[in-house]
Each structure stands twice: as C-alpha cells, then as structure tokens.
Design a protein around this ligand. Structure first.
Ligand code: PMV
Length: 353
C-alpha cells in the first residue's frame, strides 16, 4: 500500500530527538455504539475488538522551542481541530511542558469506516507517552487515547480487547493475545472517499432518535458473553455468528434513526450475500461492518485465499486488504518504511499552526 508523505523540518535547536510510534486499527466484534455521560467518550455498551496488523497509523512527535505554538497535522492534510484539542489534553495529562510538533498518518484509507482514528490516536498517545517524564501504565494510556477517539483505547492493546464503561484501570483489557488465535481478516474496499456521516455523529443520532436503540442496549450483554466465550474456546462459528448479529443490530439502530442513516452501498450488500454463499459452500466466513460501507470478513487462514478471491470478484469491490491479528503499539526511533518517505514543501503538507 502506498504511504503518505511528509517530512518535518530538522530538529536543530529543539529539545529531545523526534519520537515515532505505530499502532494498528481494530475491528469491533461487539460494537461501541452510543455514549454514556462522562468525559472522553464513555461508551454505552461494552465492546470487544480484534487489533489488525495490516492497518497501521504512525505518529511523529517532537518538542519545539519554548516560545513556539504547537504544530499539529495529518498527512495527507485534514481538519486538525480535534487533533489539536487532544494534544493539548494529552500534554497536561502527561506533564509535557514544551510545545510540540505532531504529524500523524495512516497506511490505509482514512475516514472510510476503517477505524483510522483508532490507530491514529493510539499511535499518537504512544508517541506522546515516550516524551512524558513519568511514563504512565498502558491502562492509563488507553484511558487517555479514548479522548481522541473512543475506539482508540482498544488499539492500545494487541489481539482481542474488551472495553467497558468506567474510568478504572480495568476498563480496557486484553482478552487474548494475537498469537493465541491466528484468524484471517479480509477487508473488501468498496469506496475510499470520506464516509457521509462520521461514527460520532451517527451514534449520537441513533441514540437520540432511533426507537431501536434501547433494544440495542438490551442485547449487549448476550452478544458480549457469546463473543467472550467464542474467543476463549477459539470457536469461529460462534464468534462469527455473534459478530454478524451484533453488526446488523447496530445498523438497525442507524436505519431507525431520524433522519435515517444508511452506511451501506450496493457492494456492501453484495459482499454480505457472498459471505453467506461461501458459508453455504462450506467455507466458514463471517462479516462485520462498522460506520462505513466496507465489509470485514473473518475466516481461517487456510481459507483466506479462496475468500479473498470471492470478495475481489464482487461487483463494486475495488480491492481486498488482508490482515491478521496485530500487536500493541510500538515506539520507534525512526519512521516506519511506508510513512513520511519523501518530502513535499512543509507548509503544504504540514498544516502550520
Ligand atoms: O471510535 P469512533 O468514534 O470512531 O467510533 C467507532 C464506532 C464503530 O466503529 C462503528 C464501532 C466500534 O466499536 O469500533
């Protein structure tokens, strides 16, 4: 996959050297959809996700001279208001005194229902923590990442991760390490433009206006128990059945919202039907869909070739991304190979403050 490009000007005259961190996106098997009162995106439901190694964000953080403003940017450039707010909040939490130069990028389509904000804020939280005088625990960092994007807290861990409401240290926990269950996750890409309604707005609208929202909340406990048990016993059929059910119920709340929310395109439905056809042919494959048209399909690694070919043949699917369970975020001393490889003029690519 092509990386986005941008280089930050040299570190001369600044504080400590730049820090890089990478983190992976995650796919929710039991969805976070709806909020509870409280700061920093408190969830209304307990969710479970799988961290995905193929979908990665990278953050570069460097201290600036004391008299300068923060410089905060996405690559390619995007709106920075939320990012800037997060950096200000994180600086206070982590005790970072100096202004910062921050750049965040991803190796997959952003804002298309692929949870790019989760990996982006997890990578950024990890990079910022490396500048903290007293680095906090990963549980505290997960609570911090949640202020950028709710689902980012789950990307602070690898493998299967549970996030339940609350501020305590056990709110986000790893249920199983990535190597415990080497599933394949295929993502059928049906459009990489920005999604029409961001998940934050979508869940707010569903929560406030959908008559199905209370039923959604009422089914969370049963879906959670089913997914937890399936992860414990590595039962793909049980996992997939519960994940499909949970995704369709989440989308039912969206369809019932006023005005209604339909995240699907024709290709989304066609992929769902293809997954069901594969199952009729004896291939255990199961889908889930977040707040966008992309369908993520879980299957055994031995079936991923066949499933990938089937998905690529669905009309409207431009390509299929392949992923495996991924690990926790990592701090790097230099940029990952795919990110920030070349150098447009800093002012153009870097959104100066
Ligand atoms: O973290 P956000 O604000 O991008 O919301 C994520 C919402 C879903 O992707 C639809 C579900 C989930 O649990 O990730």
């Amino acid at each position: 996959m092509a990386g986005f490009v941008c280089r930050v000007p040299s570190a001369a005259g600044r504080g400590r050297p730049a820090v890089w961190a990478v983190a992976h996106a995650n796919v929710a098997l039991v969805k976070y959809w709806g909020k509870a009162p409280g700061p920093g995106h408190q969830p209304a439901t307990t969710s479970v996700s799988l961290t995905l190694d193929g979908l990665t964000s990278a953050a570069r953080v460097e201290e600036r001279p004391a008299n300068r403003p923060d410089r905060v940017a996405w690559a390619p450039p995007g709106p920075v208001a939320d990012l800037r707010r997060f950096v200000e909040h994180a600086r206070t939490q982590l005790g970072i005194a100096r202004p910062l130069d921050v750049l965040v990028t991803s190796n997959f389509p952003v804002a298309a229902g692929l949870a790019s904000s989760a990996s982006a804020y997890a990578a950024l939280t990890t990079a910022l923590a490396a500048l903290a005088v007293d680095p906090p625990s990963v549980e505290r960092l997960a609570a911090l990442a949640r202020h950028g994007s709710g689902s980012a807290c789950r990307s602070m861990f690898g493998g299967f991760v549970q996030w339940r409401p609350g501020e305590d240290a056990r709110a986000v926990t790893q249920l199983a390490a990535p190597e415990r269950w080497p599933l394949a996750v295929l993502i059928a890409i049906s459009g990489s433009g920005p999604k029409r309604v961001p998940s934050r707005e979508g869940m707010r609208r569903a929560q406030e206006t959908s008559p199905f929202f209370d039923a959604w909340l009422a089914t969370n406990a049963a879906d959670l128990a089913a997914v937890r048990e399936a992860v414990g016993s590595r039962d793909l059929r049980a996992l997939g059945t519960a994940a499909e059910r949970n995704a369709l119920r989440m989308h039912a709340t969206a369809l019932g919202a006023d005005p209604p929310l339909l995240y699907w395109e024709a290709a989304t439905v066609a992929v769902v039907r293809e997954v069901w056809r594969l199952r009729e042919d004896g291939v255990p494959a199961y889908f889930t869909i977040d707040a966008g048209p992309q369908v993520k399909v879980l299957c055994e690694p031995g079936d991923s070739q066949r499933v990938g070919q089937a998905l690529a043949g669905v009309p409207g699917i431009s390509h299929v991304l392949r992923s495996r369970p991924g690990g926790a975020p990592r701090v790097l001393r230099e940029p990952p190979e795919w990110a920030f490889a070349s150098c447009p003029p800093p002012a153009a690519g870097h959104g100066r403050a």
